[in-house]
Design a protein around this ligand. Structure first.
Ligand SMILES: Cc1ncc(COP(=O)(O)O)c(C=O)c1O
Length: 310
């Protein structure tokens, strides 16, 4: 873990600390983002840092860092800790200073970065990306207001409750549908559908998080899946839940975290398509995996080699 407050990296998890008076802890006044470290290369860190900077601006966090300086702190964390593979997560906060709601008492914004072994989402021992998951619409957990939903902030209580309610109802991550009946997103994943006309359709980012994975999925789908004949086109447009539920979609999937794509085999007890993992989801998993872990595809700027001292 790197902490700008301590000014260095610690590798003993017992020392992985954040001051309790950092407003991140008691006010949720902080934002975060992630990326993937694979074979000593940071995948799409720049895109994630751009979103962190947008989140920080919306959360009104005053800080001294440029995009390059933030990237450098993440690179340094991997390099100093000599870690070559893992999930990377980092927070920008208004910093420590007291327990009031006002960030004025906080003299210095903080940046914390950790690299850890990710626990697979969707249940230990299971392989939900390859078997698919059952999903349900979440009915009792409210959606975040758009401002909060579009900031990747440290206020994830509703996301956690979305996931918990989904599990209670026999689903996995949960599907949020807005007051007008349009699909929004899942607890920490974006949603996409393949319509009966072969269109890959995903909701606009108005009141949900602008996912980096779904953005890459849309590009990969346009670049490759159309020419491979797996889909006809890509559309980012409102998705009425009632229209797509049941007969009118052949596939549905949820995605996030650079390489995680979960095919949905049933939604609210009704099979999606054939009720098995479909060819579009399968191909996208392959492409995302090859890019992040194999380095095949993507732009050169999507990869940052970490310099190690050995
Ligand atoms: C609420 C929410 N929606 C969507 C996503 C997917 O975003 P990404 O693809 O950038 O991981 C996340 C990721 O954590 C999220 O928290």
């Amino acid at each position: 873990m790197f902490s700008s407050w301590l000014g260095g990296v610690v590798t003993d998890p017992a020392l992985m600390q954040i001051p309790l008076d950092d407003h991140l802890v008691h006010r949720g006044h902080g934002v975060f983002d992630t990326c993937t470290l694979a074979s000593g290369r940071l995948y799409r860190l720049g895109i994630h840092i751009e979103r962190l900077l947008r989140s920080a601006a919306l959360a009104r966090i005053d800080h001294p860092w440029t995009k390059d300086e933030l990237i450098e702190m993440v690179v340094e964390t991997a390099s100093t800790a000599a870690i070559r593979d893992g999930a990377v997560r980092y927070w920008m906060t208004v910093g420590p200073g007291g327990f009031s709601p006002s960030p004025r008492e906080c003299p210095e914004a903080c940046f914390y970065c950790i690299i850890f072994d990710p626990t697979p989402l969707g249940g230990e021992g299971a392989d939900p990306m390859h078997t698919g998951v059952p999903e349900v619409t979440v009915l009792d957990t409210p959606m975040k207001p758009p401002l909060l939903a579009t900031i990747k902030s440290n206020n994830y209580l509703l996301n956690v409750l979305t996931h918990m309610e989904a599990v209670d109802r026999g689903g996995t991550f949960g599907v949020l549908v807005d007051g007008e009946g349009y699909v929004a997103e899942s607890c920490v994943l974006n949603a996409a559908f393949i319509t009966s006309e072969g269109v890959l359709r995903t909701p606009p980012f108005d009141g949900i998080l602008s996912g980096t994975t779904i953005r890459r999925v849309m590009d990969l789908a346009s670049e490759k899946l159309t020419s491979e004949g797996l889909i006809s086109s890509v559309s980012q447009a409102p998705v009425p839940a009632d229209e797509v539920r049941g007969e009118s979609i052949s596939e549905m999937f949820l995605c996030g975290g650079d390489t995680h794509l979960y095919p949905v085999t049933s939604w609210d007890g009704t099979a999606v398509g054939t009720g098995t993992v479909g060819p579009v989801a399968q191909r996208l998993i392959e492409l995302l995996d090859a890019e992040a872990f194999g380095g095949t595809g993507g732009e050169a700027s999507d990869f940052i080699d970490v310099p190690y001292g050995d």
